[in-house]
Write a protein that binds this ligand. Structure first.
Ligand code: NAI
Ligand code: UGA
Length: 443
């Protein structure tokens, strides 16, 4: 099939690459010329395991190409995926301007019948707005072309994107026209399991499934973070609590890892956008709003926890803190809404000197942190990062930190406090001998 992807960011590029790999002729379009030039040269603007080599393979096989010309992209595909960004506005609402612009251009340039599939996470009602906008452009142009509209939200996780794309837990098809379902089945026939359930529903329900899923996961994380706080005060163990809770299949063991708060380009943005949608309908989302507030509080609690380990009066002047892991999660270079940014900024405000190291997101973090502070020193690895530090903070659970040389780290530090905000070193027998070890939610 001929497929165009409008918006070649994270989701668009991975979707396009996988579809190309399964034999479709894919043209990816983006308004960012520099990005397109880089992609044409085979260079991807983010780190995601496996994507670069899969892309090279499909560029060489002429299965995927790139353009910044929306006319070319609109004309190429029988199926047009919209995967542009939907960032947060100041008031928490989702800014859908990129989506509406793409839709308007598609309507103005369409040269035949098309299937329009929205991958972007959009507020309830946006899909119908997009379909109406395209149809109104066709009416203005007095052309008889027909569109079928599908809301097909994406559930991949960064760092695990290819696997999630090949083995999704479910596929949501939101449409007014169920005749389109066989085409969507055929398009996604590459799934590694024939068991992948397809949920066929209306457009609004599809849009809401995406928000409800992300909001639920955010609630689950904020919930376990709260349990961790109380466990720590009570002398209980959050790891054992989470494991035992998870044995009940109604609860499930996933997404019960306490940490410094959820980050990334989606949970913070989507929970706020959903709460905004509810408010605009005259309703309050008490549970989701609590998860949002708790997540903000969680980052501040981490600042308090680090401060308390180093100072009795809340002053961190002259204290050096080594921070390991800056991305919002491991195996990605994404630092959007990473808890590290807020936590580091607050520690600096209290007078701390920060040394930082991240296996995958150094450049991105440097760029982002430069907007808030110029006083962070960047180290070349975890050992270098520890040099002269009063405390070491594990912010993100990159695999290499699991096996790092703790003797060396301790030797390089001037203090002995180790704050493990991801509980990844709990099972290392030497950790408590070497350090004043402070995990999260347990002694
Ligand atoms: N990043 C993720 O892990 C996931 C993201 N999503 C959703 O997918 C959507 C896209 O997310 P990302 O790929 O992370 O965003 P992104 O910001 O990486 O990419 C968006 C791309 O769209 C381009 N663009 C903007 N306006 C355009 C236009 N009118 N025509 C063509 N291109 C245009 C931008 O230049 C950018 O390259 C968002 O709604 C997000 O919530 C859903 C699931 C997972
Ligand atoms: O809509 C999206 O963009 C995506 O958002 C999340 O994916 P992602 O943000 O890539 O990463 P997650 O693995 O969900 O982690 C999000 C944040 O929650 C934190 N987290 C996760 C799990 C956990 O148990 N504890 C915890 O603190 C992570 O450290 C991270 O900061 C969802 O998991 C995807 O299904 C969804 O498609």
């Amino acid at each position: 099939m001929k497929i165009s992807v409008i918006g070649t960011g994270y989701v668009g590029l991975i979707q396009g690459t996988v579809l190309a790999d399964f034999g479709h002729e894919v043209l990816c379009m983006d308004t960012d010329n520099d990005k397109i030039k880089d992609l044409q040269a085979g260079s991807i603007p983010f780190y995601e395991p496996g994507v670069q080599s899969l892309l090279h393979k499909n560029i060489s096989a002429n299965k995927i190409s790139f353009t910044s010309d929306i006319k070319q992209a609109t004309e190429h595909g029988d199926i047009l995926f919209i995967a542009v960004g939907t960032p947060s506005e100041e008031d928490g609402s989702a800014d859908v301007q990129q989506v509406l612009k793409a839709a308007s251009e598609i309507g103005s340039l369409m040269n035949g019948n098309k299937v329009i599939v929205i991958k972007s996470t959009v507020p309830i009602g946006t899909g119908r707005r997009v379909a109406d906008l395209i149809r109104s452009k066709l009416t203005e142009r007095r052309v008889e072309f027909h569109i079928d509209f599908v809301s097909n939200p994406e559930f991949l996780r960064e760092g695990n994107a290819l696997q999630d794309m090949l083995r999704p837990t479910r596929v949501i098809i939101g449409t007014d026209n169920r005749d389109i379902v066989p085409l969507m089945n055929k398009l996604y026939s590459f799934y590694e399991s024939s068991e992948v359930p397809f949920v066929i529903t209306d457009i609004e329900t599809a849009e809401m499934i995406k928000y409800a899923s992300n909001a639920f996961l955010a609630v689950k994380i904020s919930f376990i973070n709260e349990i961790a706080l109380i466990a720590e005060k009570a002398g209980a163990n959050v790891l054992e609590i989470a494991a035992a809770m998870g044995m009940d299949e109604r609860i499930s063991p996933h997404f019960l890892q306490a940490g410094p708060g959820y980050g990334g380009s989606c949970f913070p943005k989507d929970t706020k956008a959903f709460a905004y949608t509810a408010r605009s309908m005259g309703e309050m989302t008490y549970v989701i709003q609590a998860a949002i507030d708790a997540n903000e509080k969680q980052k501040l609690r981490m600042v308090d926890k680090i401060t308390a380990a180093l100072s009795s009066d809340g002053n961190l002047h002259g204290k050096t803190i080594a921070v390991l892991g800056l991305s919002f999660k491991p195996e990605t270079d994404d630092i959007r809404e990473a808890p590290s940014i807020d936590i580091i900024s607050n520690l600096i405000r209290k007078g701390a000197i920060i040394r930082a190291y991240c296996p995958g997101a150094m450049t991105q973090a440097q760029r982002r942190l430069k907007e808030v502070t110029s006083s962070v020193t960047y180290a070349k690895d975890e050992i270098d990062c520890a040099a002269g530090a009063d405390a070491l903070v594990i912010m993100t659970e990159w695999k290499q930190f699991l096996h790092m040389d703790l003797e060396q780290i301790r030797y390089r530090m001037s203090g002995n406090v180790l704050l493990d905000l991801r509980n990844i070193l709990v099972r290392r027998p030497e950790v408590r001998r070497l350090f004043d070890y402070r995990p999260i939610g347990l002694k």
